[in-house]
Design a binder for this molecule. Structure first.
Ligand SMILES: Nc1nc2c(ncn2[C@@H]2O[C@H](COP(=O)(O)OP(=O)(O)OP(=O)(O)O)[C@@H](O)[C@H]2O)c(=O)[nH]1
Ligand SMILES: [Mg+2]
Length: 455
């Protein structure tokens, strides 16, 4: 990706296809010089200067005549998305019109923008830090309410503020550490070892909270995969259909109805979820069932969370023991007894694992089940809107390294303040990587290549 900020770039910012409106953005030092002569407003003439932050209605002119009736706004630097001079042109949302309008701008001297180049300029100009740029892309790509909320927080600088608070503590700690290193003989009053240790561990603890929010955050962004396992006829397919509120999987009285995995995406409790219905774990399967069971076990192993579904209307069987065993291997697991509308013959064998009781037939207990599923994905902390949630692996890795540096620094104070100071410096370097104050071209490309053209 080119880094030249002096080029004036242009791109269509709205998705391809028919639409009420389509928007073209132009950013760079020549934005006004390129765009203004192409715009003709009633009572004016082409090339009339545009006032900043004022919406104009008129005609966009191409070499071969008028292109479209448009609204145009000029945003003078630094009050724009990129902090550069920008022009935004709203045309009718026709791919043909937009292409022509864009070509007109390119012929007049703009260069086609690369993916994410507008946001990259916003970052390079210092309007946003790197994590906020990441929030913007996450927001564009958010597929559920929860993901959008987390991305919005990141874009607004929710995580940056937390990290800034940590950084200030580290700067304070460092000033005390270094004062006693630089002037060992003087009677400087610096914080005691205990005070410094306390500050460092407290900062590490704050990072732990953020790190802990990652699982919930990751699920918010990518969705939670949830496999349903159980013996034949327990009602797995019925449960999948009920949760999705559509007849996705075949339900029948005949055991062994589902033979292959059925994957379906849905939104449960504001959360993107991929549900996986599986073949019943029949202890004496035929050949096809045996393959289905292998796939079921593999799905349970690979899923983020597993529901073990038991049939309350039947006595406990060997196949239930197998289901329970597989279930408990999953880090996030939930035992559910179905068919609560029938006389209960099941004797629950595991005092340590309390099952949720439901009846899919009568739609009973499903709310409680949904609450438990939501709790899988975001513990109370991640659900709390005030708290930023970590959704990106890059952030989690950096926070883990910082927390490690700080704990090491706390341990090192007793052995020598120089040692501890070096560890705090390491932590400050990591913070710069988070904000993008120090970056490599590789990291930037990895982030901005995710963007679409026009953002
Ligand atoms: N009484 C009662 N019947 C239910 C309930 N849930 C499902 N069933 C019935 O149980 C039978 C089996 O349901 P399925 O959803 O196909 O069961 P499954 O676990 O997917 O079965 P396999 O695919 O064969 O492993 C069907 O006749 C359902 O109508 C319930 O809550 N109460
Ligand atoms: Mg089934």
């Amino acid at each position: 990706m080119r880094m030249n900020l002096d080029d004036t770039i242009a791109a269509i910012a709205t998705p391809a296809g028919e639409g009420g409106l389509g928007v073209i953005r132009v950013s760079g030092p020549s934005a006004h010089r390129i765009a203004a002569p192409l715009f003709f407003r009633k009572g004016g003439k082409p090339g009339d200067p545009l006032e900043s932050h004022r919406l104009y209605f008129g005609t966009l002119l191409g070499a071969a005549g008028p292109v479209d009736e448009v609204c145009v706004v000029y945003m003078r630097s630094p009050r724009s998305y990129t902090r550069q001079d920008m022009v935004e042109i709203s045309c009718h949302g026709s791919p043909a019109v937009l292409r022509r309008a864009l070509n007109t701008l390119l012929e007049a001297g703009a260069r086609m923008a690369e993916p994410g180049e507008f946001t990259k300029r916003a970052f390079l100009s210092g309007r946003i830090d790197l994590s906020q740029a990441e929030g913007i892309i996450d927001l564009i790509k958010a597929r559920s309410e929860g993901a959008a909320r987390a991305a919005f927080g990141l874009m607004q600088g929710g995580l940056s503020q937390r990290i800034e608070a940590v950084r200030q503590k580290l700067v304070w700690t460092l000033s005390h550490l270094e004062a006693s290193i630089d002037f060992p003989d003087e009677e400087f009053i610096t914080a005691t070892d205990d005070e410094l240790r306390k500050t460092l561990t407290e900062a590490a603890r704050r990072l732990d909270i953020l790190i802990k929010s990652y699982d919930g955050g990751r699920f918010l962004k990518h969705g939670l995969s949830l496999a349903i396992i159980g013996k034949p006829n327990a009602g797995k397919s019925s449960l999948l259909n009920a949760l999705l509120e559509e007849e996705r999987a075949i339900v029948a009285e005949i055991p062994g109805t589902t033979r292959d995995l059925i994957r379906a995406e849905g939104e449960l409790a504001g959360l993107k979820v991929e549900l996986i219905d599986t073949a019943g774990l029949n202890p004496a399967p035929d050949e096809v069932e045996a393959e289905g069971i292998r796939r079921a076990l593999k799905a349970a192993e690979g899923a983020d969370a597993v529901i073990g579904l038991f049939d309350g209307a039947r006595a406990w069987e060997e196949s239930d023991t197998k289901v329970l065993e597989v279930l408990k291997k999953a880090r996030l697991h939930l035992a559910v007894i179905n068919k609560a509308d029938m006389p209960q013959l099941i004797a629950w064998p595991d005092a340590a694992l309390a099952p949720v009781k439901i009846s899919v037939k009568e739609m009973r207990g499903l709310d409680q089940l949904l609450t438990k599923i939501a709790a899988f994905a975001h513990d109370a902390q991640a659900l709390n809107h005030e708290e930023p949630v970590v959704t990106r692996a890059r952030h989690r890795e950096i926070f883990c390294r910082i927390a490690g540096d700080l704990r090491r620094a706390a341990d090192e104070i007793a052995a020598g303040r120089e040692l501890a100071a070096a560890s705090v410096w390491d932590a400050l370097e990591e913070i710069k990587r988070f904000t993008g104050e120090s970056y490599t071209e590789e990291v930037l490309s990895a982030i901005f290549d995710e963007f679409c053209v026009g953002k």
